[in-house]
Design a protein around this ligand. Structure first.
Ligand code: SF4
Length: 520
């Protein structure tokens, strides 16, 4: 193989290069075939200058597998950069920070920060969730560490991480899609240096994301995900068994029918991956992340080479996939061009898409906050005086219980004491959202339903978007950055904390309008 091999960071940041990464899934044990395969693939990739990195997943589907870290070190020692999936699901913020120090020590610099799939398995029963901080917080923590800023009680020398984040353009409903994009803006403001898409097969959606980033001045490199799709995996994606990965009914049918047209089903999967590669190239994605169960080096080379060859005809291929994938159930952020599968420059007018509903509880709570429970409210000062008196009085315990009861009745409150309900349309991100996302939805919502409770509970951000949109303030979900909650306030009264300057609103990390800051 000829040519100088770029590091992953160099390839992703070089606008003249399409970075190529290979996604591998470490197995569930410490030894065995899947581990050997990861190392074998890394050895091939290290010798191939076209491949810039190996992406290693972190417990996909919420089941315990070997952590990507040790394996990442082995991959690095083989001679190729690992990109570690760094999830927030099983670690609290201190554990996250400890891991980051260990990575820095080992020279593991490339991270892909994400929420992570909800726990679905564990020793003698399902594991307890953690989700102490969300991916926007984690990206911000890493940026602060890179700048050598204080992140606990001590300041340490700057770290050298190169971090990316994930977004899904493949959502079906307006509320899910728009809030995904709002969160994307926050991730980049917090310091994400590149973006990778979720898995999907809709060319118009891939174009939509690129257009959204350009029109919102998001200038970080964008990497498309190409997954070698077999029929069984397509069926799992269609049935929402792989959170966030999207295959429509029509696409599933296509994959099924296509199997019969090739002597080896694998050939159909490889050709489809090469075709999606060609579409990514045509849409000017800055990088392509390729993955798929049991992919061998020869398969990977086929996708690269065939993909390059097909990229001349990428428009035709995109038209085929658009016709196959779009079953009419997807929301698109931009109006469609006439006589074309592609988006026009004009965003859909979100104020005209749905009939506005009246949410009485939202209106009442909003009124209470406008009158008393906000810093500019006319009754703020007398209320603060009363709360400060209460803070030092024996009646504080009774008030704490009454406040908790009221919030249990409305939001099943778990009394975190650092209440973000007013910022989330009076819905609690700590108790309603099982992943405790304070800054926007995870990637796992499905048709508006929560990843963890499909067909039972709507995603909190879908509910919050509908309520705020009806009140004419949907952008609130994009505007504000809510810092991690302070666990020292657990089991205390959030309203007393607010008036006494102890909750997140009083801390300097709370940002009411991220559009006014260059960097969170
Ligand atoms: S409520 Fe929304 S953000 Fe929270 S876990 Fe469910 S889908 Fe994800």
């Amino acid at each position: 193989m000829e040519g100088k091999k770029l590091t992953m960071r160099e390839a992703i940041l070089d606008p003249k290069v399409t970075s190529i990464t290979w996604e591998l899934v470490p197995g569930r044990g410490a030894v065995g075939k899947t581990i050997d395969e990861v190392l074998e693939c890394a050895e091939h990739a290290a010798k191939d200058p076209r491949i810039h990195g190996i992406t290693l997943t972190d417990n996909p589907s919420g089941r315990p597998a070997i952590l990507p870290y040790n394996l990442a070190l082995e991959v690095k020692n083989i001679g190729i950069d690992p990109l570690i999936h760094f999830t927030c699901k099983d670690k609290n913020r201190n554990s996250i920070q400890s891991d980051l120090y260990a990575f820095e020590r080992s020279g593991l610099e490339c991270l892909l920060v994400m929420t992570g799939d909800y726990q679905t398995d564990g020793y003698k029963g399902q594991a307890q969730r953690v989700f102490d901080i969300d991916p926007v917080h984690t990206v911000k923590l890493i940026s602060d560490m890179n700048k050598g800023e204080r992140v606990g009680k001590t300041v340490y020398p700057p770290t050298h991480f190169f971090q990316g984040a994930v977004v899904s353009p493949f959502k079906r409903t307006e509320a899910e899609q728009v809030t995904q994009y709002y969160k994307l803006i926050k991730k980049v403001k917090a310091g994400a240096e590149f973006i990778i898409t979720q898995v999907g097969y809709d060319p118009r959606k891939f174009e939509e994301l690129r257009m959204f980033m350009e029109s919102n001045d998001i200038k970080v490199p964008l990497i498309g995900n190409v997954y070698m799709l077999s029929y069984p995996v397509a069926k799992m994606m269609y049935e929402n068994k792989l959170p966030g990965c999207v295959v429509s009914e029509t696409m599933l049918r296509y994959v099924d029918e296509e199997r019969g047209k090739f002597s080896r089903p694998r050939d159909a999967q490889l050709l489809r991956s090469a075709e999606m590669y060609a579409v990514m190239k045509g849409l000017r994605y800055d990088g392509i992340n390729i993955g798929g169960h049991g992919m061998k080096y020869e398969d990977f080379c086929f996708i690269l080479e065939k993909g390059e060859e097909l990229s001349k005809n990428w428009q035709e291929i995109a038209e085929k996939y658009q016709a196959v994938h779009n079953d009419g159930t997807f929301f698109y952020y931009y109006e469609k061009k006439e006589d074309s599968i592609w988006n026009s420059e004009k965003p859909v007018d979100l104020d005209k898409t749905e009939e506005k509903r009246t949410y009485l509880d939202y209106k009442l709570m909003h009124l209470l906050h406008v009158l008393v429970l906000s810093k500019h409210a006319p009754l703020y000062k007398p209320a603060r005086w009363a709360m400060k008196m209460l803070d030092d009085s024996p009646l504080k315990g009774i008030y704490t219980k009454v406040e908790h009861l009221a919030k249990v009745l409305t939001n099943n409150c778990k009394q975190c004491g650092d209440c973000a309900m007013p910022e989330r349309s009076f819905l609690c991100p700590m108790s309603v959202c099982p992943k405790q996302q304070r800054n926007g939805p995870c990637g796992g919502s499905y048709n508006g339903w929560c990843e963890v409770y499909p067909d039972k509970q709507k995603c909190i951000y879908v509910m919050a978007y509908d309520r705020l949109k009806s009140a004419g303030d949907k952008e609130k979900l994009q505007r504000d950055y809510i810092p991690p909650y302070d666990a020292a306030l657990y089991k205390t009264a959030s309203e007393i904390n607010f008036f006494c300057g102890r909750d997140f609103m009083s801390r300097k990390e709370y940002i009411e309008d991220i559009n006014k800051v260059d960097h969170l």
